[in-house]
Design a protein. Structure first.
Length: 443
């Protein structure tokens, strides 16, 4: 299905609009919760990454912040919530408030509640607690507490479980795990459900937590591996994996690392008819989404030619749209030079001689590489840029790399651009590529 003109079951597919966005992300002045909070960070290219041996983006969500947004969650369940539960519920509450939909009033009773998860770090403590418990000696009350914690938190579907309970939805409720493309894939699933008439409303959340202890230990392991590698490396051999202890700089000639972050982003999507009936504000449209893979035998590799990213874009465009209508792309670069290489090659293939006029920026340097939220974050940020008529700079990019085929919008100021179409890219280790085609509300 390439766009609104596609047909399903003999009927015209319905337009799919975005009516609410909510966040629980790192901020430089407290957590990012609202569209205004997000814009205030991204428009300045501000980095919310703090260094404690390694750079990391922490949300620092307090109990008071959580209780303010979710005052009615039963303590019997909430005291067993992991950080992923809490982040996901907060971003959902913020997105629903933004869309003027009330879970308490039953506004989401028939909605699809979809979640993307890439990591399992938030689940480990609950899993190990049950694994290590002695059934012969543990008191019955403690056993019940362990059971509730485990049922809520030992699988990657944990956030969908508690969001479904909060919204009391009777609609589709499931999790997709596709690494850093997880919520992007769920955006595509939600668009198809709404376009086909299966649901009127879909709420999509991407949420992940990366253990800072794990990242620090990986850093120590890499230092040892680097020393061994350097001792045997010849001039024609590439450098080993980059470190995590310098600042990530997507599209910059000094890019040599990835910094992680944590948090959650939620996007509310509706059919245009449903949104119109309740006079909802529209951020824009989700026109198409496509996922491809490079087809390599190596499960950790990717093809730096960018050919499958090109294929994903062309699948989104179909025969309704042309790449010349798309003057901005929200890039998926996390500071990895391999990602930058295949993005640059894909842009060259798609745009030809017009590539140098394309604006393509990444805000991963603002919040850290947070995994599953990236797809929803790309949609939300791109639609905000479209609405403001300004493109946010690539955070921490000051000296653009020589091999770029596009303008990465370096610096700390937005760039004026009046545009109605955009693409947003996301990737998973192993060569998975996702492209989402977005439009302004009335194109």
């Amino acid at each position: 299905m390439s766009g609104p003109a596609a047909r399903s079951g003999g009927r015209r597919a319905r337009d799919v609009v975005v009516t609410g966005i909510g966040f629980c992300l790192p901020g430089d002045r407290g957590p990012v919760f609202t569209a205004d909070d997000l814009w205030n960070v991204a428009a300045r290219g501000a980095s919310c990454l703090m260094k404690d041996d390694v750079y990391y983006g922490s949300v620092d969500l307090s109990d008071a912040m959580f209780d303010e947004r979710l005052p009615d969650v039963p303590p019997f369940f909430s005291r067993h919530y992991t950080a992923a539960h809490r982040f996901g519920l907060v971003s959902l509450a913020e997105a629903c408030a933004d869309a003027e939909l009330s879970p308490r009033s039953g506004d989401l009773a028939d909605a699809a509640i979809l979640v993307g998860r890439g990591g399992v770090d938030a689940n480990i403590d609950s899993y190990l607690a049950v694994l290590r418990a002695d059934p012969e000696s543990i008191p019955a009350a403690d056993a019940m507490e362990l059971f509730v914690a485990a049922e809520q938190a030992v699988s990657p579907s944990d956030v969908a479980l508690v969001q479904g309970a909060l919204t009391r939805s009777r609609g589709p409720n499931f999790t997709v795990s596709c690494g850093c493309a997880s919520s992007a894939v769920q955006i595509g699933n939600a668009r198809r459900m709404i376009a086909d008439g299966e649901v009127d409303v879909a709420v999509v959340t991407g949420v992940d937590v990366f253990s800072i202890k794990l990242i620090r230990n990986i850093q120590r392991l890499l230092r040892g591996a680097q020393n061994t590698y350097d001792a045997i490396r010849s001039d024609d051999m590439p450098a080993l994996l980059p470190s995590f202890d310098s600042l990530m700089r997507p599209y910059d000639r000094r890019a040599d690392c990835i910094n992680h972050g944590e948090g959650s982003v939620t996007v509310v999507m509706e059919s245009r008819e449903h949104a119109s009936r309740r006079d909802a504000r529209l951020y824009g449209q989700v026109l198409a989404q496509a996922t491809t893979r490079d087809g390599l035998a190596n499960p950790l590799a990717c093809d730096d030619s960018g050919s499958e990213l090109v294929a994903a874009v062309r699948r989104c465009l179909g025969d309704r749209w042309d790449i010349g209508q798309v003057p901005y792309i929200h890039g998926g670069s996390d500071g990895n030079v391999v990602v930058t290489a295949f993005e640059a090659n894909a842009v060259r293939e798609l745009y030809g001689s017009a590539a140098h006029d394309l604006l393509m920026s990444s805000q991963e340097g603002c919040f850290g590489h947070n995994g599953a939220p990236a797809g929803c974050l790309g949609v939300a940020l791109t639609l905000l840029m479209m609405r403001h008529g300004e493109v946010c700079p690539t955070a921490n990019c000051e000296q653009p790399a020589d091999n770029l085929t596009f303008d990465p919008v370096p610096g700390v100021r937005t760039r004026s651009l009046d545009f109605d179409y955009a693409l947003s890219f996301n990737y998973q280790v192993g060569g998975v590529k996702s492209a989402i085609l977005l439009g302004s509300p009335d194109v």
